[in-house]
Design a protein. Structure first.
Length: 408
């Protein structure tokens, strides 16, 4: 087994190219022709490999999926149109009306909204627990629990829970663990090692290689026996460990239609090749900035999992031996002070998104979480005094200088 970056760069093409190209061409097309009517029939019946229609599969998207499969060592991978498409396709696959998802209130704002506002009216029950209290997790799981859903580093609370311990409880109760690994990317977290069954992530972030394109990934680690899920049981009898990805491709993903565009797959394959370099650089920058801010008189709190002062530092060290990611949060005296600071920045850009090459700043309470009441935001750990920085790969001295001026 070669290293992450070697695999990302050298994953072989699934078919030999007539010109010997070293990079998959962009198949920017919709339909594929067959020799005979029987061949089309067999393709539709899933009895003949090959592509028929780009909403279902496409060679450029397949090349990206193969690369992700190789770097992650996963059992199966499906690329979709966005991180939210990854989460929603998977929830619609594993759950149905009357079933429940056990999760925490520390969730990305749109995921919380998907659960609470989009899927609750369809009969999904959402059970919020404190993942730091394993007993409450155990008590919340019952025969209708379809998955335990968590984020590796929650955004923007930057909580890191003991994922291995959570997986142990969930597996004992026959429930799969789904982790949103967006913030840690494929490079920082070896999800299989800690018992995560399925990863969902936004490849819009670090994988896209500098915010070039929106995309998402569903990664099945091949740990969970899908016969234990009532919706997948028949598929698992026929297709064994490939049941989840096949059911997605042949039903949910096909029918929802949130496919990845071939051009995006091309950009994201390119981005994947340099993920390790960019992630290491932004994590080093973030740690340096966090250390600088820890000593600054105007900051009431710096939160970064790489700092010893983070309550989740020990968990983070265990889970992310290659670095603690590029997101850090600070708290100032008031919302006004936060806005004042943001408005003074010149190098750092006021924008949403994370893990861009550029360092970005945002005030989560008034943006990503603006649709929630102050009481809801308090439960979600998003105070008015919080600022999130997504640290990029610029020269760190310039970033520190910009922050220093912003605070002056
Ligand atoms: N999950 C997390 C943790 C995120 O931060 C985001 C986006 O910021 C998403 C999911 C959704 O990703 P996308 O914007 O690609 O749909």
């Amino acid at each position: 087994m070669k290293g992450f970056t070697t695999n990302a760069i050298h994953t072989p093409l699934s078919h030999k190219d007539p010109h010997g190209t070293l990079r998959s061409p962009v198949y920017d097309n919709v339909a594929f022709e067959f020799e005979t009517a029987k061949d089309i029939q067999m393709a539709f019946e899933g009895k003949r490999p090959g592509h028929s229609y780009s909403r279902i599969s496409n060679p450029t998207v397949e090349d990206f999926e193969n690369r992700v499969k190789r770097v992650s060592g996963a059992n199966g991978v499906l690329a979709v149109s966005s991180g939210m498409a990854a989460i929603s396709n998977l929830v619609l696959t594993l759950l149905k009306s009357g079933k429940n998802v056990v999760t925490s209130r520390f969730l990305f704002g749109n995921t919380y909204s998907l659960f609470e506002r989009t899927l609750k009216p369809w009969g999904l029950e959402v059970r919020y627990v404190d993942f730091e209290k394993p007993k409450t997790l155990d008590e919340s799981i019952d025969e209708n629990t379809g998955m335990v859903f968590l984020e590796t580093i929650t955004n923007p609370q930057l909580q890191v829970v003991d994922i291995g311990a959570i997986a142990e409880i969930a597996h004992r109760r026959g429930v799969p663990v789904v982790a949103d690994t967006t913030v840690t990317s494929l490079y920082l977290f070896d999800s299989k090692k800690f018992g995560v069954d399925v990863e969902v992530l936004s490849s819009t972030k670090v994988i896209s290689g500098g915010a070039t394109s929106v995309g998402g990934l569903i990664i099945d680690n091949g740990i969970f026996d899908w016969e234990r899920n009532s919706k997948l049981a028949d598929w698992a009898k026929r297709y064994g460990p490939h049941a989840l990805i096949l059911y997605l491709r042949r039903e949910v993903y096909r029918n929802i239609g949130a496919c990845m565009a071939p051009h995006h797959a091309y950009l994201q394959s390119l981005g994947l090749e340099t993920v390790s370099l960019r992630v290491e650089r932004s994590a080093a920058n973030a740690l340096a900035i966090a250390k600088f801010l820890e000593t600054h008189s105007k900051i009431s709190r710096v939160n970064y999992p790489g700092l010893k002062s983070s309550p989740w530092h020990e968990n983070a060290k265990k889970l992310f031996p290659r670095g603690f990611g590029g997101i850090l949060c600070i708290e100032l005296e008031s919302k006004e002070k936060c806005f004042e600071f943001m408005n003074k920045l010149n190098v750092i850009r006021r924008a949403t998104n994370i893990n861009d090459n550029k360092t970005l700043v945002i005030h989560p309470a008034s943006t990503i979480f603006c649709e929630y009441t102050p009481e809801e935001r308090a439960k979600m750990g998003v105070p008015d005094t919080l600022i999130r920085l997504s640290v990029g790969i610029e020269d760190v001295e310039d970033l520190i200088d910009d922050i220093e001026k912003g605070l002056s």
